[in-house]
Ligand binder design. Structure first.
Ligand code: AMP
Length: 370
């Protein structure tokens, strides 16, 4: 694991007036560069040659400069890391950044300061640790079944890793579980190796909300955690193929052959009944408090909870993302929540830059990176 002290020493060597915000050109990079520019930072995009035109096509969202790589894993090579360090870069690790470079590489070999807390990677990638964390937070989570023979109600069977909901299925008995596994293997939607990562989880019936939060160490406010505050910056939900439009598709023979699938294809904005805000703010606060306890200083910066709200108005949380999520791309000019927190349009990309700026001003940037 890269030592936090090493990163703090690197940040001390950085020239405060030259701090540059960098990320891989993918996922939420347009928003990150746009927000950093709004806060007065220089930006650098790590990009493959064939993707550069996408960013050049958006002059307010493109980075000031590019580092061109053949493969994103090249970032681990000394010459690229040296280049980033020479440019005083603080990396914003979005979802694709972690996926392309690899969580293990980031934990062990990447010496460039990254915004946020690297220890969170471990809790995010290990399902057992994530569950223990949510339990510690005292929030409601779906029941899990270690063994298919215990299935006693409708369950969703999920596979982990970069599958994006592919191959997930719903069953209500061990027999149906085995049938689905066999047919998935035959059709190629499930591989043998997936069986080791299968989670059998109680199917929560309700509607999905993905609140996007920000844990600030630099600003104080009403939703307090230690010296900082938790902000609600926006809410989205994912558009998943084919489950979200399944009701529109004619399904002869009681739907045989058209099983639901949960592949994420996009995001749509949502707002909550205002009377549900106390619950959602409290959820964010609890999960943050528990993170501070389990991996201090906890989740630093943006995070998102994947929740389902039942018709009893109870929120069940089934996943945490400890970084900027793609759903924030809906709000480059701020959201129906961020506008009550900031007088300027505040995207999550800009919010991170604002926090970094405040960290530099208070000479506490080292607290925000690892
Ligand atoms: P995940 O990969 O865990 O983000 O799940 C992908 C999708 O599967 C979610 O967006 C939901 O539509 C669905 N899903 C996951 N877990 C559950 C659950 N416990 N109950 C109902 N739906 C779920």
């Amino acid at each position: 694991m890269i030592n936090k002290d090493e990163i703090s020493r690197t940040i001390k060597r950085y020239k405060p007036g030259k701090i540059t915000i960098g990320t891989i050109c993918s996922h939420s990079a347009l928003q990150i560069f746009h927000g950093a520019r709004q806060e007065g930072f220089k930006t650098v995009g790590i990009c493959t040659a064939d993707r550069r035109f996408v960013y050049e096509a958006f002059q307010l969202g493109k980075p000031d400069d590019y580092i061109i790589v053949d493969d994103y894993q090249d970032l681990i090579k000394e010459r690229f890391q040296d280049e980033l360090l020479r440019r005083n870069v603080v990396i914003i690790p979005h979802g694709s950044f972690v996926e392309y470079v690899g969580a293990e590489n980031l934990k062990r070999e990447f010496h460039v300061p990254m915004y946020g807390n690297r220890s969170a990677l471990e809790f995010e990638s290990d399902r057992r640790k994530m569950r223990a964390w949510l339990q510690e937070a005292g929030v409601k989570i779906p029941k899990e079944y270690p063994d298919p023979s215990k299935i006693d109600r409708p369950c969703i069977v999920k596979f982990h890793g970069a599958r994006g909901g592919r191959g997930f299925f719903v069953v209500d008995s061990e027999k149906k579980y085995q049938e689905q596994i066999e047919s998935g293997i035959k059709r190629g939607t499930i591989r043998d190796a997936d069986l080791e990562t299968a989670t059998i989880q109680e199917l929560i019936v309700g509607v999905r909300y993905y609140p996007q939060y920000f844990y600030s160490l630099m600003f104080q406010g009403e939703v307090k955690v230690r010296q900082g505050r938790v902000e609600l910056l926006g809410i989205d939900r994912r558009v998943e193929s084919n489950v979200d439009d399944l009701y529109r598709i004619p399904r002869p023979d009681n739907g045989a052959g058209t099983e639901p699938s949960y592949v994420v294809t996009g995001n749509i904005p949502v707002v909550l009944r205002e009377s549900l805000l106390p619950t959602v703010l409290d959820l964010g606060r609890r999960v943050t408090e528990a993170s501070v306890k389990l991996f201090p200083p906890g989740m630093v910066g943006p995070f998102c909870l994947e929740t389902i709200c039942t018709d009893n108005l109870e929120f069940v949380t089934f996943e945490v993302s400890v970084r900027i999520v793609a759903g924030t791309n809906l709000y480059p000019e701020g959201s129906p929540y961020s506008c009550y927190l900031f007088s300027k349009p505040m995207s999550t990309g800009r919010r991170m830059a604002r926090e970094i700026k405040e960290g530099i001003r208070k000479k506490q940037l080292a607290d925000l990176a690892s």
